[in-house]
Design a protein around this ligand. Sequence first.
Ligand code: AMP
Ligand code: MN
Ligand code: MN
Ligand code: MN
Length: 285
Amino acid sequence: MRYDFHAHTHYSDGVLSPSQLVMRAHEKGVELLAVSDHDSISGIEEAKEFVSSKSLSLTVIQAIELSAQSDFGDIHIVGLNIDSNNSDLVALTKQQQQKRWSRVEAMELKFKKLPVEGVLADLTASCKQVVTRSHVARSLIKLGYAKDNNQAFKKYMGKKGRVKVATDWVTMEQAISIIQGAGGLAILAHPTRYPMSNRRLSYLIEEFKIASGDAIEVSYPSISPDKMGWLEIQRSKNNLLASGGSDFHYPDLKWSDLGRFPRIPDDVPHVLNAIKDNIQAHTAI
Ligand code: AMP
Ligand code: MN
Ligand code: MN
Ligand code: MN
């Protein structure tokens, strides 16, 4: 079964609406699609309504990508197959969304000193719901302060960026517990994309397991066979399940299109088997 367990809509930093996302996934042959916005569940309902209105042979998996703090720095945790009406989860999305707006307000103070003018005003006008550093990068490009996404991150928001602001996201332990309380699986997202050594990453994966995490992503676009092999060793050693997804944001990035990531071998224990007989239905409040 063709699946993609990590994708974004315009409720966070994706550019497609939930309907457009679902349509594109269907066109790419994806049969199971997790709608997993940053700290938001708002795209799920529209995605599901679109599938049923068009009678598409695609199932939307209710999901989220939570930002969280760990002992090794900020991480992303995908909550797969969650009850998107769970009150603790809904409360957490509101809290994290508020922290995201406070973060860009703090960035604006630093921008003013440079001076870089107009970022917060542009974000307020253009951002649909969840504000991310991708939005800040887009504003910087639009306003002529960066030539592309890479430069915007490097110069302003990366490790040594001029407007870097720390955020007190929910802890890894709390995020896992809230995801599981909402009936979902907690998956450590794109482990090799965090800025840390393999040694520290192996400790992070151990801590994720100790905190009762369920799975790690072992496949995502452009991951090398070496890194995939290394992640498979960590997965197996810690008795976690495997997941994979495109982390889709933009249609113009062909290398990270929907459904496009290396195949995970059939004999690897997979989140797909854990959820397939128990796909949660969204019931609007
Ligand atoms: P945030 O959750 O607000 O910190 O934003 C994180 C998002 O920014 C990620 O999901 C990526 O889409 C994007 N991102 C993070 N780091 C980079 C980078 N170095 N270059 C380009 N995009 C990035
Ligand atoms: Mn993103
Ligand atoms: Mn992520
Ligand atoms: Mn993502």
